[in-house]
Design a protein around this ligand. Sequence first.
Ligand code: FE
Length: 195
Amino acid sequence: MSMIMSPVDAIAELFASEGAADYLGEPVTVAAHLLQAGASAEADGAPPALVAAALLHDVGHLRGADARTAEIELSGRELMAGHDNNHGDRGAQWLSSQRFPVSVTEPVRLHVAAKRYLCATEPSYFGQLSEASVYTLAVQGGPMTDAEAREFEREPHAADAIAVRRWDDQAKDPSADVPDFDHYRWLLVSLLITA
Ligand code: FE
């Protein structure tokens, strides 16, 4: 058996890891949250790359909770304790190293910025955030300034990041019944860059 795990198997392992069972201040675990976000994207008819981005947007939390990376990555628990773990950036970097294209990694990278953007530009948005999201907003820099918001709008994947953010914000329902990780295996495999 090869010692190098396929990207999709590595993600499956993260979804089954200890960190995936963390709640991080929400009524659902990180794994349940991600599966719900992916299912919402799929139900809304999003293209495969965006379904993958929704499914994987918090993979940085899972990587940060992995004992093998704990020395270099901060976990979602540390974010909840007030230390920004930059989970968007770190998750995107890792997904890129696993050969996912920018159509997946950029919305992941920008999903925290999208929350800060929406807080600055959409008056009703802040009131829809969960208590945990309001708390982490402060740790992550608070609402964007006007200049930051204009800069965010120039990102080629800004609209995709906002779409992921909205599925993210909805994906906190403890009674939701959604497909498990295996449902997305082929979709994920089909997106990998083959060089
Ligand atoms: Fe999330």
